[in-house]
Structures are given as structure tokens and as C-alpha cells.
Design a protein around this ligand. Sequence first.
Ligand code: ADP
Ligand code: MG
Length: 312
Amino acid sequence: MSKNLIEVEGLKKYFNVGGGNVLKAVNDISFSIAEGETLGLVGESGCGKSTAGRTILRLYEPTAGSVKFNGTDISKLPPKKMKAMRRDMQMIFQDPYASLNPRFTVTDIIGEALDIHNMAGTRAERKKRVEELLDMVGLNPDHATRYPHEFSGGQRQRIGIARALAVNPKFIICDEPISALDVSIQAQVVNLLKDLQDRLGLTYLFIAHDLSMVKHISDRVAVMYLGRIVELAESEELYANPMHPYTKTLLSAIPIPDPEVEANKKRILLEDDANGPIQSAKDGASSGGAFDLENSELVEVSKGHWVSMPKK
Ligand SMILES: Nc1ncnc2c1ncn2[C@@H]1O[C@H](COP(=O)(O)OP(=O)(O)O)[C@@H](O)[C@H]1O
Ligand SMILES: [Mg+2]
């Protein structure tokens, strides 16, 4: 693998949720992403994936920790330098409709991204660039004057992708880009993202709530649970040899069409009673074991395969 483009070290994002309570949405995560690599970040809804993504891009100020982009610690950059850095780091969102201004034409939506970074040039150049981007994401350049509601969900997500690509980023956080789409078009969007990665040399953090969605695009996968990473490994290794009980739970939730396989699947959650590990970890009542994350650390069990284990 080539050098690391992204290095996240001890990143935390806490939210004050009133009454003196603090929600540790991201609680000390560390990982790196090599240039041209896709790291999948998976975990159930509410585990802190989007907060992690936003904190990495410094859309949220981190509570602690650092993020290095190409060797530069962006967590300490002053606003002006941060703005310049943002060009290299873009985000694609889950809901392509909510993230596209309904009163803007496609030209305005994509052009706005260019304007922010003074990359639009003349009117003619701006138009040409928008058309080029639409073509790149598989949309008809003649539709540049249309509004978001005139497109299907998959097409809208392509507009979101074109907008992210407009400023020639190196790194894109794809935050559940296919979760809101029909199953029939999910693969098309994943394939588009893969093609674009190959053509443009992009690096991705690909967020999803289920492992089946990241399988085909990720080189490595990090599994997140309650604000922490509980397992990280190369995709093949993670699917073949999941070690953390939570990863096994996530894997068992993937629908497998073969009825025989389905019948044999272990449903880890159901094996335990109501006081099982996940339950008690959420209640904060657990002590010891794989879900006592407070007293656990990531251990490299085989080359590049990290698993959260109780501290010795
Ligand atoms: N701006 C915020 N203020 C307070 N709590 C937040 C904020 N954003 C997210 N959270 C909380 O942080 C936790 C993680 O949320 P999120 O990162 O959106 O999870 P995910 O993307 O994995 O579904 C959730 O409990 C959520 O309610
Ligand atoms: Mg999210």
C-alpha cells in the first residue's frame, strides 16, 4: 500500500446533552487510510459514524485527538487554511434530496461548490465544467438546468457525487450514500464510486450501517460500536474470520437468500438472555468481557487484524 493520506489519532467528540450529561458520540478512535484506499466504517444507527466523519472533516470541532491529512494536522489549522484544505476533503450524504437545495438547478448546485473555492472561471467555463461533471457521474449534461425533484433517488445521489467531485478532492467521506436508495440501484452507485476512485485516484471513508453494503467497495473495514472501534481488518479477513462478538452479530444480520444458510446462521444476540453483553454494555452495568469497552484496548491478533479485548 502507498502512504497514508488520513491519520486519525485518539479522536473524540463529546456532546453536552443538558443536565450536565455528556454524550461520548466518538470515544477515542484511531485509524489510517492509505492513498487510494477505501476504509469501510460500519455500525448500527447511532453508534457515532456520522459524527466521526464530520469531526474528521472538522465540520465539528474535536473534543480531543488529531486528524492528519497528508501529514498536516488539520485539527489545529486556522480557519483560512482549513477552508483551503476543505477542497481536498469532501462529503457525500445519505439523503441526496435533503442535501440538495430544491430551489437550485443542477448547474447552481454543482457551480456553488466551484464558487466557494473560486474555481468556476468564466460563465462558459463554469457551464462546461458542470456538464463534464454530469457526464462523469453518468447523467445527461443536457439536464443541467433541471431541479432536484425532476430526478430519481439514484440520479440525485449522482448529483451529490458530482458536487463533491467538482473541486477535485483527494478524499471523500461517503456517509451512507446508498442506504436511502432502492436495492436495485445501490450496486450502480457503488460501482460508480468505484470507477471514479480508479479514474481519479480517490481515497474513501465509506460509512454504512450494515456490513453487506461495504463488502464490495472496502479494502479494510472498521466496526464501530458505541463510539468506539471494536474491530478493524482487511475486508476478506473480517468476513472470513470475525473475532469480536459485535462483528459477528452484524454479520449474522446480513440477509442471505439461501434458505439453508439462513437456517444455520447464528444469531448471537438471541443466544443470550436479555442481560446479554450488548444489553448490559448499553446499561453501563457490564464489567469485564468483550463489551466492557472502557477497559478494553485494540489488540493486533494477526497481521492487520485488530480486535478490542479486555486489558490484561
Ligand atoms: N449535534 C449533536 N448534538 C447532540 N448529540 C448528537 C449530535 N449529533 C449526533 N448526536 C448523537 O451522537 C450519537 C451518534 O450519532 P451519529 O454520529 O449520527 O450516529 P450514526 O451516524 O452512527 O447513526 C447519537 O446518540 C446521536 O443522537
Ligand atoms: Mg449517520
